[in-house]
Design a protein. Structure first.
Length: 84
């Protein structure tokens, strides 16, 4: 049976944004892609973040635990700091 997926070194982004250290403020987490077609773990992380629908946003206190969850689904969400 032929291989259906071939990984290419030249594909993908040239650089990725730097991960910021947790701050004392709040961050806005927005879901930009659907969890459909991804693993059950990623869907559970989206649910634990409070995200149910595409383009939904939630505001959380920034912490190391939150950054760990966002890191799991970094390709499905965007994180922006919120001015208080």
């Amino acid at each position: 049976m032929p291989r259906t997926f071939v990984w290419h070194r030249t594909r993908g982004p040239k650089t990725t944004p730097k991960r910021e250290a947790p701050t004392d403020g709040k961050v806005k987490v927005t879901q930009v892609r659907s969890g459909i077609g991804h693993s059950w773990r990623m869907r559970l992380v989206l649910k634990s973040l409070g995200l149910r629908h595409h383009q939904q946003s939630v505001i959380h206190n920034d912490s190391a635990a939150l950054r760990g969850q966002v890191n799991k689904v970094r390709h499905l969400v965007t994180v922006t700091p919120v001015k208080e």
